[in-house]
Design a protein around this ligand. Structure first.
Ligand SMILES: [Zn+2]
Length: 131
């Protein structure tokens, strides 16, 4: 499953980032996902299980969907086709072949809980994340 592979690599990347920064866990992962990828829901679904037993367990996956835009061959305008399955210009009906956005998959940021000024409770939180 493509989504599961993606969820796993996101989790791996974020966990690695957390470890490098000496954080105890990841609280949130922000990504941008093109509408054409069409996997936002599936990725959400896979994310929870993928985080189990990692520093990402309990983290929130925040997906910003990037709308599809493409350039029309006929009128040259930058348009958003009505559906990702029928790439035609909504205005003149011409084919839009040059997709400008909507295919991207981008890791925006990873938020760690070490940013919280909580030195006093740090010792209590070290264990228990990994089951
Ligand atoms: Zn057009």
């Amino acid at each position: 499953m493509h989504e599961l592979t993606l969820a796993n690599s996101l989790v791996e990347l974020a966990a690695c980032h957390a470890a490098n920064h000496g954080a105890e866990r990841v609280t949130r992962i922000n990504i941008r996902l093109g509408q054409l990828c069409g996997i936002a829901r599936a990725l959400h679904f896979c994310f929870g299980p993928a985080t189990r037993g990692t520093l990402c367990e309990g983290a929130e996956l925040h997906i910003t969907e990037v709308p599809l835009t493409a350039q029309c061959d006929a009128c040259g305008g930058v348009k958003t086709p009505r559906t990702p399955f029928n790439l035609r210009c909504p205005d003149c009906g011409g084919p839009v072949r040059k997709v400008l956005s909507g295919r991207e998959m981008e890791l925006v940021s990873i938020e760690l809980d070490s940013q919280a000024p909580a030195a006093a409770v740090a010792n209590d939180k070290t264990q228990g994340q990994i089951q």
